[in-house]
Design a protein. Structure first.
Length: 397
């Protein structure tokens, strides 16, 4: 009536349900039908189905957002400090690229096939940090029948009767989740994590969203693989692979930091060189795997007996080195002798054989025995060989 009164035109978009029940996007164009004499006879109009056009527009807009998001991810992926920080970033970019997204989370699969939330948006962080769900009890598993390769859209979530799901849907926004899109992240063809995006609207996601998530999935998998490779490279540059303690190269970097600090603030620290006794006979008698177990046991026990401020590293072969900061000579000596007794009382069992780990050590101090790395290492090494000779003499008596 308003349109006829104004003798104007009206163009707008809306959604219409077709006879088959499907929802379509429609462009309505209406105008008043006015005679030559200026009388309004009624309305003329037409309906144009623009569902495909709207779908393509949405797809293009999503891909543009996606491109921008992935550029940001690739720029910062090697700047994050840990995998959790990486997933928080990924979740932020995924939710920004999708419409109708209200909540989201990333769930990582552990060795026991449990899903644990590592990053979330909208969910209670105090709850999500404790959340554990068996993979086979998840929405994703039940919707896909265990097919872990592709993403899936889950609708009518509030109608699901699984009691175990009730807490999954608790959120800080106090809203009801009606639909969800869930995408698997695979590494080496195995499920590594799930990315879930949830909406308060039912049927909120469509095939174009699945395509966006599939693209994200591949980029995220590449990003995580890149991050894992970076982490491994950093790890190998700092740690000894067999014992998981620092390697010699990284120890020297840390030593220089300690040395500068001690010289600046008139500090005192002790350098200790360790050598495992009798490694060669054990390798010859029981094999190198037994020798490796001896080395690992030594490193593990020593690491467990050190403070956070101490530095412990594998120097090479059966030799290790440590820096003790803020201690005295008597305390260190008593501590190391106590560890030797601990090894005697707790022998290593390897393939039915009993192996007692023993070691020799040499101690020197800064600044009393030396003022630089080479001097301190050399003196500690000489003291270690004196200890080892006494050990051999006692053993032969």
């Amino acid at each position: 009536m308003d349109l006829m009164k104004s003798k104007g035109e009206q163009v707008y978009e809306t959604k219409v349900k077709y006879a088959d029940g499907s929802i379509h996007d429609i462009l309505f164009t209406k105008a008043a039908n006015v005679s030559k004499s200026g009388l309004v006879k009624g309305l003329a109009g037409n309906m144009v189905d623009i569902t495909i056009r709207k779908s393509m527009e949405n797809k293009i807009n999503k891909l543009l957002k996606l491109k921008e998001s992935m550029l940001n991810i690739n720029q910062v992926i090697l700047q994050v400090n840990d995998i959790k920080e990486l997933f928080i970033l990924l979740l932020e970019k995924v939710t920004a690229a999708l419409d109708n997204r209200d909540l989201g989370c990333v769930l990582v699969l552990d060795a026991e096939k449990n899903l644990k939330i590592i990053a979330s948006k909208g969910y209670d962080s105090s709850f999500s940090g404790k959340f554990i769900l068996k993979l086979k009890d998840s929405f994703f598993w039940n919707a896909t029948g265990g097919d872990l390769d592709k993403g899936v859209i889950i609708n009518d979530i509030q109608k699901l009767t699984f009691r175990k799901y009730t807490k999954v849907l608790e959120n800080t926004l106090k809203i009801k989740v009606e639909s969800s899109i869930s995408t698997p992240i695979l590494l080496d063809n195995r499920l590594y994590a799930l990315i879930n995006i949830d909406s308060t609207q039912n049927n909120a996601f469509d095939e174009s969203d699945l395509e966006v998530m599939e693209y994200f999935k591949k980029q995220i998998e590449l990003g995580i693989a890149k991050y894992a490779l970076y982490e491994e490279t950093v790890y190998l540059s700092r740690y000894d692979k067999l014992t998981n303690v620092y390697n010699r190269r990284y120890f020297e970097e840390l030593f220089n930091i300690v040395l500068v600090k001690a010289k600046t603030y008139n500090g005192i620290f002790f350098v200790v060189i360790f050598d495992i006794n009798g490694l060669k006979p054990i390798n010859d008698t029981y094999g190198h795997l037994a020798g490796d177990e001896l080395i690992k046991s030594f490193a593990r026990v020593l690491s467990n007996n050190l403070k956070v401020s101490d530095i412990f590293a594998r120097f090479g072969g059966d030799e290790f080195v440590a820096v003790f900061y803020g201690e005295n000579l008597q305390y260190i000596t008593e501590k190391l002798e106590g560890i030797i007794k601990e090894f005697v009382n707790n022998p290593i069992l390897f393939e039915g054989h009993t192996i007692i780990c023993s070691f020799s050590y040499g101690i020197c101090s800064f600044p009393q025995n030396g003022l630089n790395y080479n001097e301190l290492i050399s003196i500690a090494d000489k003291n270690m060989y004196k200890y080892k000779q006494n050990y051999k003499n006692k053993k032969s008596q």
